[in-house]
Design a protein around this ligand. Sequence first.
Ligand code: ASP
Ligand code: MG
Length: 411
Amino acid sequence: MTATPAPSTETVVMKFGGSSVADPDKIKHVAQRLVDARVRGVRVVATVSAMGDATDGLLELARQVSADPHPRELDMLLSTGERISCALVAMAVHDLGYQAVSFTGSQAGIITDPVHTKAKIREITPVRVLEALERGRIVLVAGYQGFSRDTMDVTTLGRGGTDATAVALAAALGGSCEIYSDVDGVFTADPRLVPDARKLERVSYEEMLEMAASGAKVLMLRAVEIARNQDVPIHARSTFSDESGTWISHPEGLEQPLVSAVTHSADEVVFSLRNVPDRPGTAAAIFDAIAAEHVNVDTILQNVVHEAAELSFSVPQDDVAATHRALTEAQGVIGRLQVEEISDLGKVSLVGAGMRSHPGVAALMFRTLADEGINLRLISTSPIKVSCLIPRPDVERAVRALHAAFSLGAQ
Ligand code: ASP
Ligand code: MG
């Protein structure tokens, strides 16, 4: 083994997404990046996603075996994807002449709540990680998974969960956090749809939260939440270049951009409930049942016409079955409702911290979509975001039109 420089006290947590470890050559490339960082003298902890779309493959396999796979067994299955990539990267590091050791989430001390397929990290007790770092090793931690002390079972953190692993490890180890993927950073819009989309140098935590919640795929929403709560700056950058990417941190400077980005998603499903009794407790009964199914509700709208309320809300495609279960449960409490499910919708959103103090963004957004002949189904806002649910086939056109109308492109 080559002599490695004495480990410093500075720790970096490097996360590599599935496309960065998709094949043996890419795995060797990642190993080289880890060794390069180690040679610079920092302590290196890396967490990797499953190879390519291995997680989708495992999910598909589960569905072929069972129409409704048991959640505990699903987590046993899905957590293997990250164990594979993590062990392979450790082998590749060994071959470069450096010491590495790979850990499962539970070996790394990642303790979660017991909610299978959507577990939240409660704490990290990284005893073995620290011990290995002390001995100068490069540490690999299988992403996207943890262990529940309540049930003594393996859990997974939800799709994209390796981001959460990375940020939580950085917080626990007092290190910095670098998220590597096949894109150069966070853009003003999806560059696959908008050729002149621009890479953003900096994005505030709150903007990134809104962007992740409204469809930006670069970072998992919960990872950004952990980063904001624990004050961990994130550097989102490319695996395949040395260029600096986008920093996600507290805002700097006095002025914030009016609009930073246009985001979109294509998997919105809206539930519209009619004849909801207009009395205290009905919304509570409905959303208690929905929360018990761990459904991520986004937009909620209610209005009352002639003593009955009409209530609409949107959920991601993946949560549709759970939403149906919840509505059945709620109707047991409040009586029968008329339920309509509208599934051919998408969402476009504008996000910008400066919106808070500048009116007019919503007006220009609606005007732009009107000029494109696009019909708006639901509108929702936060202080720094305006979202419109629109017909799914219109989403790409809407993104391009808004990006141009707000002059977000490269100048
Ligand atoms: N492999 C998991 C997924 O595809 C977790 C991750 O990539 O972060 O969602
Ligand atoms: Mg993945």
